[in-house]
Write a protein that binds this ligand. Structure first.
Ligand code: BGP
Length: 480
């Protein structure tokens, strides 16, 4: 057997992409609520366009999402049927502290997640909780400017203290920030940043990132103090960068692009900013607001494991290589890799790249890894009963799990688990579409929010069940 016996197989979701119930149970408004479907989504999530309230010109998919707020029992039962060992979900901060800066938490919100965790344990499912998956209470953005403001560290500290105390014994695995490097690419989503005219955007992003790093280290500290059994991980939008060619300038470009993504994880794992990053800041004339004691906090409270998402590799190209085609529809810049096929959304499919990414991360950090997102966003066509034959998804996942197996079995990577992204269809973070589906479970809802919300297992449902039952040994396509 290549995977450890207690390997944590499961699936992953994020509150804002599945819960809905945006104004129920005392929940406050959050940045993720007001990001609409359509062409304004990108300028909004990147902080280039200020949009802090609903208007009647846009459709806001997170308001109802797939209504897991009311249907979590049914959904977790289905996860149990697949044999999930873990379920990765996130906490909506504004359910716990609706504005973010209150003195007392909202009991209804706390109870909601307690019910979810209890439901998970009914089926022997270990919750894996992302404390912040792109969400930030709107009040903290309007009043304090989001993570640019050091005060957010204190509000977050309060949040995590409440969570670790309340859920002691119910939750053991925690991730502090989803894809922390997303601050650099989608800063409104990653850190509640909206840029003012003429503002030094790099400086704002690195400042916000510093605050999240301090908050993450403090969360690790508090988690360990409250329960030494707690395991805290960082979370990175993973993926190896390839040089477009063996031209040394392309290789250099790839190295630099990779470092930009690594620097935050370097801090979370090694406890200090790497030299290449400090030099870069010097060159840019940016001074981080590092307070007395910050360096000690970062050094003393590094993470227990490294988690990441993986969808595809990226390709870097130097300015000397012109006429290179770029991939579309991606938050990350990448040249098109002529050796790879792409998904319907232009994400390049690269199972060996997954093994390479696992090896890069393990070589660099020598910490246990956890794959917390992987999967294929595709258009599904259900039959009249809502059943989807998604062989393309099974192919994608089987080839990626096989590559992951090689990383463990042949290369010796220490891997704790694997949660596929969007185990039940949900709203896409990048585009806001429902049409971009990742699930083993079909949800009857379209981009415009029409549909019965009925859940129907797809063909991949039974396939994944068989993968889990065999601890990753049987990746065969099941019979119809
Ligand atoms: C990651 C996010 C997820 C998720 C996934 C797929 O960046 O952590 O929230 O959505 O990507 O991306 P998309 O939804 O854009 O297809």
């Amino acid at each position: 057997m290549s995977f450890r016996e207690d390997f944590l197989w499961g699936g992953a979701t994020a509150a804002n992409q599945c819960e809905g119930g945006y104004n129920e149970g005392g929940r406050g408004l959050a940045n993720v609520d007001v990001v609409p479907l359509g062409k304004d989504r990108f300028p909004i999530i990147t902080g280039q366009m200020k949009h802090l309230d609903f208007d009647d010109k846009h459709f806001y998919p997170a308001k109802e999402a797939i209504d897991m707020y009311h249907r979590f029992k049914e959904d977790i039962k289905l996860f149990g049927e697949m044999g999930f060992k873990t379920y990765r979900l996130s906490i909506a901060w504004s359910r716990i502290f609706p504005k973010g800066d209150e003195a007392e938490p909202n009991e209804e919100g706390l109870q909601f997640y307690e019910d979810i965790f209890n439901e998970c344990h009914k089926y022997g499912i270990e919750p894996l909780v992302t404390i912040t998956h792109f969400d930030c209470p709107m009040h903290l953005i309007k009043e304090y400017g989001g993570w640019k403001n050091r005060k957010l560290v204190g509000f977050y500290e309060k949040l995590v203290r409440v969570l670790f105390t309340r859920y002691k014994g119910l939750v053991r695995y925690w991730l502090t920030f989803n894809e922390i490097n997303m601050i650099l690419h989608a800063p409104f989503m990653g850190a509640g940043l909206v840029f003012e005219e003429g503002e030094d955007q790099d400086s704002a992003k690195y400042t916000a990132a510093h605050h999240e790093l301090i908050a993450s280290a403090l969360a690790t500290k508090i988690a360990h103090e409250i329960d030494p059994e707690n395991m805290v991980g960082c979370m990175m939008a993973g993926a190896a960068y390839y040089p477009y060619s063996c031209r040394p300038t392309d290789v250099w470009e790839a190295l630099e692009a990779q470092r930009e993504e690594y620097y935050l994880i370097d801090v979370q794992v090694r406890g200090e900013y790497p030299n290449y990053f400090k030099k870069q800041l010097e060159r840019k004339g940016i001074k981080l607001p590092i307070l007395t004691g910050d360096e000690e906090i970062l050094k003393a409270h590094t993470v227990d494991f490294v988690s990441f998402s993986y969808y595809s590799t990226r390709v870097s190209v130097s300015a000397e290589n012109d006429e290179v085609e770029f991939t579309g529809g991606n938050i990350f810049d990448s040249a098109k890799n002529p050796y790879l096929e792409s998904s319907e959304w232009g994400w390049q499919i690269d199972p060996l790249g997954f093994r390479i990414t696992l090896n890069n991360l393990y070589d660099r950090y020598q910490k246990p890894l956890f794959v917390v997102e992987n999967g294929l966003g595709a258009v599904d066509t259900p039959d009249e009963n809502g059943y989807v034959v998604d062989d393309y998804r099974i192919d994608y996942m089987a080839s990626h799990i096989a590559a992951m197996k090689d990383a463990v079995e042949i290369d010796g990577v220490d891997l704790l688990g694997y949660t596929s992204w969007g185990c039940i269809d949900l709203v896409s973070a990048g585009t806001g579409e429902m049409k971009k589906r990742y699930g083993f479970i079909y949800v009857d809802r379209n981009n415009e929010g029409n549909g019965t919300l009925k859940r129907t297992p797809k063909k991949s449902f039974n396939w994944y069940k068989q993968v889990i039952a065999s601890n990753g040994e049987n990746l065969e396509m099941p019979a119809e």
